[in-house]
Ligand binder design. Structure first.
Ligand SMILES: NC(=O)c1ccc[n+]([C@@H]2O[C@H](COP(=O)([O-])OP(=O)(O)OC[C@H]3O[C@@H](n4cnc5c(N)ncnc54)[C@H](OP(=O)(O)O)[C@@H]3O)[C@@H](O)[C@H]2O)c1
Length: 293
């Protein structure tokens, strides 16, 4: 991770501290959020499933001098909110970051495994709604704070094989806009931070090629998100705004088909795992299907 940035020093700890909850806070962008927040003096509650990476990230950020609690928890499990509340009810939480959510299921929807599909919805829709309601209500009563949801470029366009993931990310973005409207009057910022392909351990494990131009670094997008918490409701990180705009035009059939062609051309020989994240690829920036809206 990079050295201290000006944004870490300037981070508004009074507004977003003294504690932050990072759901999916053990690796990649989640760990980068934790590191930046720790440098800004914010204490952390980190949530993830695997104890190893969770303990490693917790130890690293404790080294920055902040207090850290960890919750080993699958966010899609029915007891998730109960266990997260047990770890946070006594804390003054000023910031919720919902980061977990990379795609876990692919294939034609009509042939898909309903359990796998449901897991994508549980991780990207149900769990963030539960946490946003719980922490959003607390932040509203407190009169200040923030909620950051990690979104995806995939959420701007329909995609074959990862259609539920893409639709869930579209849901997240539109939901964030409404929540932003509702919570603004109470001093609570809401931001959907939209990512393109980012160099995370999850992507590495999936076998995605991360040596292509335009791949973002977790440290960079986390810093961008934290520096722009008050600039909601939506921020497209990593210079990918032109891609989001190109995917937002009104000629949906043309956009969807041409983007699908571009994805096939890019990933023609790629692995199934690579196609899992095809929607996150900023392919449209190289050859926009239609001019940006
Ligand atoms: N990386 C990219 O190229 C890219 C592109 C666009 C958008 N995004 C978005 O960026 C976010 C982070 O993605 P990522 O690539 O870092 O992969 P990820 O699989 O979402 O992992 C991020 C963190 O979430 C945790 N996590 C994942 N599933 C969980 C679950 N069911 N319960 C609790 N914790 C869970 C992981 O730890 P454990 O596995 O130990 O639980 C890890 O700490 C996601 O929302 C993704 O959609 C990523």
């Amino acid at each position: 991770m990079s050295g201290e940035q000006a944004s870490d020093r300037e981070f508004d700890r009074e507004r977003y501290g003294p504690w932050a909850v990072v759901a999916g806070g053990s690796e990649g962008v989640g760990a980068a959020f934790a590191d930046h927040l720790a440098r800004a003096g914010v204490n952390l509650v980190l949530i993830a499933r695997r104890p190893g990476p969770l303990a490693a990230t917790a130890a690293a950020v404790r080294g920055r001098g902040v207090r850290v609690r960890t919750v080993e928890q699958d966010l899609t499990a029915p007891d998730a909110l109960t266990r997260i509340r047990a770890a946070t009810d006594d804390l003054d939480v000023g910031l919720l970051i919902y980061n977990a959510g990379a795609n876990t299921h692919r294939g034609e929807f009509v042939e898909s495994d309903p359990v796998g599909v449901q897991r994508v919805i549980d991780l990207n829709v149900t769990a963030p709604l539960l946490l946003c309601r719980h922490f959003g209500r607390r932040l509203k009563a407190r009169g200040r704070g923030g909620i950051l949801l990690v979104g995806s470029l995939a959420g701007y366009l329909g995609h074959a094989d990862i259609g539920v993931y893409a639709a869930a990310k579209a849901f997240s973005r539109i939901f964030a806009e409404g929540l932003w409207l509702e919570l603004q009057p109470y001093g609570v910022d809401v931001l959907e931070l939209v990512l393109g392909v980012t160099r995370t351990p999850a992507m590495r494990r999936a076998g995605v090629r991360l040596d292509l131009p335009g791949v973002a670094e977790p440290d960079q997008v986390a810093a961008e998100g934290l520096a722009n918490l008050a600039a909601g409701p939506v921020l497209v990180a990593g210079g990918n705004l032109p891609v989001a705009l190109a995917r937002s035009g009104a000629e949906r059939a043309t956009l969807v088909r041409e983007n699908a062609r571009a994805v096939r051309a890019l990933l023609g020989g790629g692995s199934a795992a690579a196609r899992d994240v095809a929607g996150d690829q900023p392919v449209a920036s190289a050859r926009p299907p239609v001019p940006p809206a």
